[in-house]
Ligand binder design. Structure first.
Ligand SMILES: Nc1ncnc2c1ncn2[C@@H]1O[C@H](COP(=O)(O)OP(=O)(O)OP(=O)(O)O)[C@@H](O)[C@H]1O
Length: 288
C-alpha cells in the first residue's frame, strides 16, 4: 500500500491567533514495502507528517492518499477505522500507554475492539509476543512488572496485533541503552524483511538511517527539503551541517580522515564500508 502526499499543508489552530504551520506544501510517496526514515531537527514537522499517515490529522489543504482512501480537509471522521488498522502507530514512549492487568489482555485489546473473538485475540497475543522477541511466559504477567524495554515491546506487539501493513515508529529507541537500541532496531528490520511491513521511522540516529532505511525524507520548518537514498542524503556533509543534521559515525570519521589525506569515494555510510575503503590505503587487505 503506497501513501502519497499531494501538496499537503497543515496549520495548527487555523483561524486563531495561535495558528502555526505544521506542514508546508509536502508532496512525496512512501512506497509499499519501503523502509523510510524521516529526519529533521526539533519542530521541523516530523510528528505532524506522521499523524497524516493514518488521518489522525487531516490536511488543511492538499490530499493524502492512503491505499485507496483519499484524505482531504473535507473528509469526515466516519469510516476511518480500516485506516487505523492498516497503519499502526508506535508513539514515543509507547509503554506509557499500557494499562491492562496482563500482557495478554493488553495485546488483545486492539483486536477485540476491532471485532475479534476472545479466542482469536488470545491467539494473536500469543503470536505477537513471540514476534517481538518476548517469551510466552510474559503473557500472564502484569506489564508493569517488566523492564522498560520489555514493556515497549509489549506496546509494539499490541500495534502488530492489528495486523497493519505499515508500521510507523516515532523515535522508538528513545531512552533505551545501546544494547536495547540495537536489539529493537534489529527487531524492526526482521519485521520489515519477514512480514513485509512497510516501515516509517522518525529518528535522530543517523546510524540507524544509514543501516536500515532505503529512503530518507528531510524536513525543515514544515517543508520537505530533500529526499533520496541514504547515500544521496549523506553525500553532502556541508549541506547536512547547514541544516543542523548529523552524519553516520563512519561518514564523520571518513571526513576527518580525508582532512589527513585519505581518499573515500563514495563516502562510507557504515563501519564495514569505511574499513573496506581504508584497509588498502594503510597497506592492509592485500589479496595476492
Ligand atoms: N498542537 C500544536 N499546536 C500548535 N502548534 C504545534 C502543535 N504541535 C506542533 N506544533 C508546531 O508545528 C511545528 C512542527 O512540529 P512537529 O511536532 O511536527 O515537529 P517535530 O519535527 O516532530 O519535532 P520533534 O523532533 O521535537 O518531535 C512546530 O513549529 C510546532 O511548534
Amino acid at each position: 500500500m503506497d501513501i502519497t502526499f499531494d501538496h499537503v499543508s497543515f496549520t495548527y489552530q487555523a483561524g486563531t491567533p495561535f495558528a502555526g504551520e505544521g506542514l508546508r506544501d509536502v508532496s512525496t510517496t512512501i512506497s509499499d514495502h519501503s523502509y523510510t526514515a524521516i529526519i529533521g531537527h526539533t519542530g521541523s514537522g516530523k510528528s505532524t507528517l506522521l499523524q497524516h499517515l493514518n488521518a489522525l490529522l487531516k490536511p488543511t489543504s492538499g490530499s493524502v492518499t492512503i491505499g485507496d482512501r483519499v484524505i482531504t480537509a473535507e473528509t469526515n471522521n466516519k469510516n476511518l477505522k480500516p485506516l487505523r488498522q492498516k497503519v499502526g502507530m508506535v508513539f514515543q514512549f509507547a509503554e506509557n500507554q499500557l494499562f491492562e492487568q496482563t500482557v495478554a489482555k493488553d495485546i488483545a485489546f486492539g483486536p477485540k475492539n476491532f471485532g475479534a473473538s476472545d479466542d482469536e485475540a488470545a491467539a494473536l497475543a500469543k503470536q505477537m509476543v513471540t514476534l517481538v522477541g518476548l517469551p510466552e511466559e510474559v503473557l500472564t504477567q502484569s506489564p508493569f512488572d517488566l523492564s522498560g524495554g520489555q514493556m515497549r515491546r509489549v506496546a509494539i506487539a499490541g500495534v502488530l496485533a492489528m495486523q497493519p501493513q505499515v508500521l510507523v515508529l516515532d523515535e522508538p529507541t528513545a531512552g533505551l541503552d545501546p544494547a536495547g537500541r540495537r536489539d529493537m532496531m534489529t527487531m524492526f528490520e526482521r519485521l520489515h524483511e519477514t512480514q513485509g511491513l512497510t516501515i516509517v521511522l522518525v529518528t535522530h540516529q543517523m546510524d540507524d538511517v544509514a543501516d536500515f532505511a532505503d529512503h530518507v525524507l528531510v524536513m525543515d520548518q514544515g517543508a520537505l527539503i530533500k529526499e533520496g537514498s541514504p547515500r544521496e542524503i549523506f553525500a553532502d556533509p556541508d549541506w547536512l551541517r547547514a541544516h543542523q543534521l548529523g552524519l553516520p559515525k563512519a561518514t564523520a570519521m571518513a571526513e576527518q580522515l580525508m582532512a589527513k589525506g585519505f581518499r573515500f569515494d563514495p563516502l562510507p555510510l557504515t563501519s564495514d564500508e569505511l574499513a573496506d575503503q581504508l584497509l588498502p590505503q594503510i597497506g592492509g587487505a592485500h589479496h595476492e
